[in-house]
Design a binder for this molecule. Structure first.
Ligand SMILES: CC(=O)SCCNC(=O)CCNC(=O)[C@H](O)C(C)(C)COP(=O)(O)OP(=O)(O)OC[C@H]1O[C@@H](n2cnc3c(N)ncnc32)[C@H](O)[C@@H]1OP(=O)(O)O
Length: 427
């Protein structure tokens, strides 16, 4: 007999429960439900029990070793770069799963409420996640704040001159190994995240996982190629990570694909140089770009931009604002103006009426009782906050309400950014 959801206990796990929690996670994520000793040891290195929730159904039929854990949820400290380059503290949510036998009984809803409350109390400005499916997280106040795009480049069609480098500025490209990337990458990424809104922090574990320094039985690993670009003054200003397959046509024509898993730069010259390098590797006729911002330069670095076909486009980083005042004061504004926002938050975490007075020299956001210009949910505010969405478009969709005529245009002039946000990572 299935139990009512409120009889199922939700609480942080303790250290002795990490392995069972891992098995429930693998089950929920449709991996083989087996946690090897190697996987258990790896989980123990980064799963922080106090930030890791589980739902326990003790009444189920089970034998021997089977665990009562039927749902998983984990969060960790992160920083998210706001518009203008200032990082804000974020509650990064991951490893959300509810076992198929226990779906749609409100377990995620309970775990989310618990975690967001704790994040609010800790003083996090936002919560972040990468959503498995679009319809899951809006109800909890998350908005799709940054999108991802992938292009597939038909190299022979691109019109690139593969004989010479794209940028002849005295810079160079070198192939390095994983150990070099662990040394050089973090500093490059630090510079990127001070410049690009939407970027999130990468911890040591991120660099170790992405360079094969940590081996997990539950994940396959293929050593990629790592190319760094040095600027004319010798500074590392770009890193491309890619794998190549080994595919030949019947007519002995090379038809290899270079799949980019990560490409970060701090300079457009480095971006141009690395894409050109990737499109110039002998045998490579297709380059897949990996996760890019929708306004990435790539297509327009090719003489024929149509050679870059958009093969994936989707919502990517979801943001839940927990502190409207700090979120709006942390970001930069190119224009100047004042806006009164009526923010609706059904969870009672961040709602209220706020006056935003902003300009290129800074912003102040204060609770107010002035008449609002716009009424919107906290989720819609998140989509506007990172600069990606248009308030005019949301008004047309009925997702924000103009309380004063023309307010959506004023909001767009203040909040939209000239380049779109980009989150290069999955977490
Ligand atoms: C950040 C990440 O980790 S992303 C990974 C998320 N995990 C997965 O996708 C793994 C597979 N899916 C699952 O494990 C579960 O279905 C979850 C975690 C998505 C949802 O867990 P549940 O406990 O079933 O959610 P819960 O019962 O709290 O649902 C609340 C509401 O959201 C809706 N909902 C939940 N999941 C979905 C979904 N995938 N699609 C559409 N609606 C959904 C429910 O129908 C319910 O709506 P209602 O209140 O109108 O009835």
């Amino acid at each position: 007999m299935s139990r009512r959801h409120k009889d199922i206990d939700i609480r942080p796990i303790d250290e002795s429960e990490i392995r069972d929690w891992g098995r429930a996670l693998f089950t929920g994520f449709l991996r083989p439900p087996v946690v090897s000793d190697n996987d258990a040891a790896d989980l123990a290195t980064h799963v922080v029990p106090s930030r890791t929730l589980a739902a326990f159904d003790d009444a189920g039929l089970r034998t021997g070793e089977a665990s009562p854990i039927v749902a998983t949820f984990r969060s960790f400290d992160q920083e998210l770069t706001a518009v203008g380059g200032t990082p804000v503290p974020a509650d990064a949510i991951t490893n959300v799963s509810v076992t198929a036998t226990h779906r749609r009984r409100g377990l995620l809803t309970r775990m989310m409420a618990q975690d967001l409350r704790a994040a609010k109390e800790r003083g996090d400005v936002v919560a972040t996640l990468i959503a498995a499916e679009y319809p899951i997280y809006g109800r909890y106040g998350f908005g799709a704040a940054a999108h991802t795009a992938e292009w597939t480049v038909d190299v022979p069609r691109s019109g690139l001159d593969r004989r010479r480098p794209a940028v002849d500025d005295g810079g160079r490209i070198d192939l390095v190994d994983g150990a070099d990337v662990r040394k050089l990458g973090p500093e490059l990424h630090e510079r990127l995240r001070r410049a690009q809104h939407g970027v999130v922090t990468r911890n040591d574990r991120w660099w170790q996982l992405s360079t094969g320094a940590i081996h997990r039985d539950s994940h396959t690993w293929t050593e990629p190629n790592y190319a760094v670009r040095r600027s004319p003054t010798g500074e590392i200003d770009g890193l491309a990570v890619y794998t190549c397959d080994d595919h030949w046509g019947d007519d002995k024509r090379p038809l290899n694909t270079a799949q980019v898993t990560s490409l970060i730069t701090t300079d457009p010259a480095a971006e141009r140089a690395l894409w050109h390098y990737l499109c110039s590797i002998d045998w490579v006729t297709t380059v897949k770009s990996g996760h890019r911002a929708p306004d990435d330069l790539l297509p327009h670095l090719l003489p024929d931009p149509r050679a870059a076909r958009l093969t994936s486009y989707a919502d990517w980083l979801w943001v839940r604002i927990l502190d409207v005042v700090r979120a709006l004061e942390a970001r930069a504004y190119d224009g100047s103006g004042a806006l009164v926002l009526e923010v609706v938050d059904e969870a009672g975490l961040a709602g209220g009426r706020y006056l935003l007075e902003a300009g290129p020299d800074g912003a102040a956001c204060t609770p107010t009782d002035r008449e609002p210009h716009l009424t919107l949910s906290v989720a819609e505010l998140a989509t506007l906050w990172l600069g990606d969405e248009s308030a005019v478009r949301l008004a047309a969709l009925g997702r924000v309400r103009e309380q004063q005529e023309g307010a959506a245009r004023v909001a767009d002039a203040l909040l939209r950014t000239s380049r779109r946000p980009w989150c290069p990572d999955v977490f």
